[in-house]
Design a protein around this ligand. Structure first.
Ligand code: NAD
Ligand code: UD1
Length: 336
């Protein structure tokens, strides 16, 4: 059985590729390498001892993508490809709408044409906007606060309409909370371009001396220590949820959203303290103003994924801090 993995050279896609290969799936990866490096795929091959076909192809290049569908018989698609930087999406919204939405529409049109109708889509907890309470379950109202988030919300709606028009589609909308960590070998991980926007890559770059100190965005939130609370989830747990979703789609019709989180919220200070004690590294920090658009607390109610997919995150914050640090120390300059 062959699975098309879009965005498979990226952070989450490369971890998913390992899990798929380990489980015995054949995969084909499509990525335009706009935010990734071929080296991640070499390492996937080394780690698994398995080979797969890679196409450097942009989802916007419809004819090229069509040829890939003609050359292979896919059972399902895992769709990770997309641009993901919130700040950048505010600066260049059209690029985000074009890439994420037009790319997904091309993909779905070709899936329909070639009768491949099982799709696992990378959505995000960002579709809950500013939730009224935590933990967040899948029935909470949806909204978006920036163009990146709107692309995720719009794609979810497009996929719901697609399913209404043709109920033979089987679609899982996986709403990720905060994926961090890296493969336990330390040889693949998150490889941000330039200054990291997200917390964990910034912390590891401070720890290794690339950046002087971490700015903590706000210490006056209504949380146990005033800093933001998030549902950090180990990337290898997250990708296991994708395989469970794939198994679910093999047996069930419909379109379903699932939260992929641990159900536990940890604050920015909790993360820093855990990182420092487990890795014996001090993280110099300063408190600065809140980051516009941030919310105080965001964590999942993961019960639906537990019940319906039989999936539960297993790794804890210490594992996440250990593995992120291992990746950073073994690859001080990422894949470069
Ligand atoms: P990533 O940037 O590491 O991976 C995305 C990959 O898609 C990259 O390799 C990039 O080159 C590729 N890509 C982008 N546009 C493309 C196009 N038009 N055609 C072909 N390839 C294209 O990001 P990631 O962290 O691995 O995220 C994967 C998915 O999960 C994204 O859709 C992202 O929005 C979503 N997501 C990520 C997070 C997170 O915190 N990392 C949270 C929620 C949702
Ligand atoms: C980010 C994205 C969100 C996406 C989510 C999933 C932004 C604004 N939002 O959410 O769309 O769905 O990832 O992974 O990028 N922090 C600091 N200092 C830093 C970086 C972060 O204090 O240098 C704090 C933030 O204020 C927040 C927490 O750390 O409280 C987590 O931040 P981050 O890793 O950027 O993730 P989110 O903002 O939760």
């Amino acid at each position: 059985m062959s699975i098309l993995v879009t965005g498979g050279a990226g952070y989450i896609g490369s971890h998913a590729a390992i899990e798929l290969l380990k489980t015995g799936y054949d995969i084909v990866i499509v990525d335009n390498l706009s935010n990734s490096n071929l080296e991640s795929l070499n390492r996937v091959k080394e780690l698994t001892g398995k080979n797969f076909i890679f196409y450097k192809c942009d989802l916007l290049e419809r004819d090229e993508l069509n040829t890939i569908f003609e050359n292979h018989s896919f059972e399902a698609v895992m769709h990770f490809a997309g641009l993901k930087a919130v700040g950048e999406s505010v600066e260049v919204p059209l690029m985000y709408y074009h890439n994420n939405i037009a790319g997904t529409i091309n993909l779905c049109e070709l899936m329909a044409k070639h009768d491949v109708k099982k799709l696992v889509f990378s959505s995000s907890a960002t579709v809950y906007g500013h939730p009224d309470s935590v933990p967040i379950d899948e029935s909470f109202p949806l909204s978006a606060t920036n163009p990146y988030g709107r692309t995720k919300l719009m794609i979810e709606e497009i996929l719901r309409d697609l399913h209404i028009s043709d109920s033979t589609w089987r679609i899982a909308l996986l709403r990720y909370f905060n994926p961090i960590g890296a493969h336990e070998s330390g040889s693949i991980g998150e490889n941000p371009n330039g200054i990291p926007n997200n917390l964990m890559p910034y912390v590891t770059q401070v720890a290794i001396g690339k950046r002087e100190k971490l700015s903590i965005f706000g210490n006056d939130y209504n949380t146990h220590d005033g800093t933001g609370v998030r549902d950090f989830i180990h990337v290898t747990d997250l990708v296991k949820g994708h395989l469970k979703a794939l198994e679910y789609l093999e047996k069930n019709n419909g379109i379903e959203a699932f939260n992929l989180g641990t159900g536990r919220g940890y604050s920015v200070m909790d993360l820093i303290n855990t990182f420092s004690s487990i890795n014996k590294k001090e993280i110099p920090f300063q408190f600065v103003d809140r980051r516009p658009g941030d919310i105080g607390s965001c964590y999942a109610n993961p019960t639906k994924a537990e019940k319906v997919l039989s999936w539960r995150a297993e790794k804890d914050l210490k594992d996440m801090c250990t593995d992120s640090w291992k990746w950073q120390t073994q690859n001080p300059n990422g894949y470069n």
